[in-house]
Design a protein around this ligand. Structure first.
Ligand code: FUL
Length: 507
């Protein structure tokens, strides 16, 4: 049943090769309709061959995205404003968007998303369509524009920029009427035309009452069409078709996380025209698990997950939470449980009333970065020779699809496994286990289910010379782009660490 290809290969991490491939425009299948009466084998094949759109692929590779919750709530010390706040309250004394960007960039973040408008409707840019904005605040005598300052700081420091525009608006008199959709499109248009490249548009799912007590019917198809037209490379997240919410605000993703989902899709002609190759509108999706609930959701779609959490208990800054900033250890745990569970981590770092990120948060970000640098300093398998046993079966669900046996020149000590699938081929692995040889017998170290873009597992340190990774179950043949063993505890590579100073003085 298996073709035994016992090749003694020098281990080379194939990531570089994959990145070169990715630079080219490759074909992709972001969604597929399941033909009526399709066999289980056919469904598995369709699922295993789904791949991200280029914008989804680029987004996933960023791994770390910073969220900036800043607005009128910063000054009222609230989490949700009711929309009746006086714009005069908004008055940061030392706002410095470059400080935000440097704090995030030095910690390894690649994209920053700003709450341009939260549920209270207060706009951080001088929108032409409302008086409820920075233009009626004392900050810079009403001449300021936070969106502009952050967009420019991002551009200067080679950081991507995104916007959170809350559909729920507790200030707008239009909310609950047809005019609101025009208002929302007008605001989207301002944000997506006046501030350069936008990489993510974050549309929150909340929809409460507006000032007139009415709920709003959101014309999402129209909004998506505007976003696609104005910023074709931006992912539309959460209440959008490109990126899905993980379902918790703890920062901890699911152990089993398929980027592929069974879905019900709605297509509008104009969206189809703009994105003929992509699922433009997802009504409902569910985890395909063992692909048994496909009949209710007749399509399959690539719909990766974003895991959001705040570095503090609240989303907005509150001085009484200065002692409750997550520690580097907590952030590292969250990283391993978000990025390391096939997601992107969206970490909120809220500036204070000065308009600066507080030292406590910066200290944690620096510690978080240093923990990752130390943990992932060296792939201890890099000196190993590998023997590879691959199944010859190419259809359906495959057991023991791939076995990789590593022989090290001498024993290594490790406590962290990092796996990556080449998602340009698809997400395929259903379960795997890691073992080491001890006195002639293979002993299990750890096991897991899905891998996808990245899977990280931690365990007590193990010392071994012979190590084996078995992909126990896979949808078609999997393609791994990284197998890494690392030492997270007890190793310290000080020379590569960054210091607090780098966040302040490297402009
Ligand atoms: C939620 C909002 O209600 C919170 O205030 C916060 O913005 C979070 C990221 O999304 O739905």
């Amino acid at each position: 049943m298996y073709l035994k290809i016992k090749m003694m290969l020098l281990w080379t991490v194939s990531l570089g090769f994959i990145q070169t491939l990715c630079a080219q425009e490759l074909s992709y299948v972001n969604y597929v309709h399941i033909p009526p009466g399709a066999s289980q084998e056919k469904i598995i094949e369709l699922a295993a061959n789904l791949t991200p759109s280029p914008r989804q692929f680029n987004w996933q590779q960023m791994e770390l995205i910073a969220f900036i919750h800043f607005g009128i709530n910063t000054f009222t010390d609230k989490e949700w404003g009711d929309g009746a706040e006086d714009p005069q309250l908004f008055n940061p004394s030392q706002l410095d968007a470059e400080q935000w960007v440097l704090a995030c960039k030095n910690a390894g973040f690649r994209l920053i998303i700003l709450t341009a408008k939260h549920h209270d409707g207060f706009c951080l840019w001088p929108s032409r369509f409302t008086e409820h904005s920075v233009k009626n605040s004392p900050w810079k005598n009403g001449q300021g524009d936070v969106v502009k300052e952050l967009a420019e700081a991002c551009r200067k420091h080679d950081m991507k920029f995104g916007v959170y525009l809350s559909p729920w608006d507790r200030n707008s008199p239009y909310f609950g009427t047809d005019e609101y959709n025009d208002y929302f499109v007008n605001q989207l248009t301002e944000l997506l035309t006046n501030y350069g490249e936008i990489s993510e548009v974050w549309l929150d799912g909340a929809n409460g009452e507006g000032p007139n007590g009415k709920k709003q019917v959101y014309d999402e198809a129209r909004w998506f069409a505007v976003i696609r037209k104005l910023q074709p490379d931006a992912v539309i997240a959460i209440s959008g078709p490109d990126v899905r919410w993980v379902g918790t605000e703890t920062g901890y993703g699911k152990e089993t996380e398929w980027s592929m989902r069974a879905a019900t899709l709605k297509n509008r002609a104009e969206l189809d025209e703009q994105s003929p190759k992509e699922a433009a509108f997802i009504i409902e999706s569910s985890s395909p698990g063992i692909l048994e609930n496909i009949t209710q959701n007749p399509s399959l779609v690539w719909y990766p997950v974003e895991t959001d959490v705040s570095i503090r208990p609240g989303w907005f800054y509150h001085s009484e939470e200065n002692d409750r900033v997550k520690t580097p250890d907590e952030l590292f745990d969250i990283y391993c449980s978000s990025v390391g569970r096939n997601g992107a981590l969206l970490l909120n770092i809220p500036p204070d009333t000065r308009g600066l990120i507080h030292d406590k948060d910066i200290e944690s970000l620096v510690g978080f970065k240093n923990k990752r640098t130390t943990a992932f300093a060296d792939n201890l398998l890099s000196g190993a020779s590998v023997s590879r046993v691959e199944s010859t079966m190419t259809k359906g669900l495959i057991s023991n699809a791939l076995i990789l046996e590593y022989t090290l020149p001498e024993a290594i000590t490790f406590d962290l496994l990092q796996l990556q699938e080449n998602i340009r081929v698809g997400q395929r692995i259903e379960s795997f286990k890691l073992e080491y040889e001890d006195g002639g017998a293979w002993k299990e170290i750890t096991r897991g289910t899905t891998v996808g873009y990245k899977r990280i597992l931690r365990f007590d340190p193990v010392s071994a010379k012979y190590i084996r990774l078995t992909i126990e179950s896979s949808r078609l043949i999997p393609e791994l782009s990284e197998v890494g063993l690392y030492r997270q505890t007890g190793s310290d590579t000080d020379s590569r660490k960054i210091s607090m100073d780098s966040c302040f003085f490297s402009r």
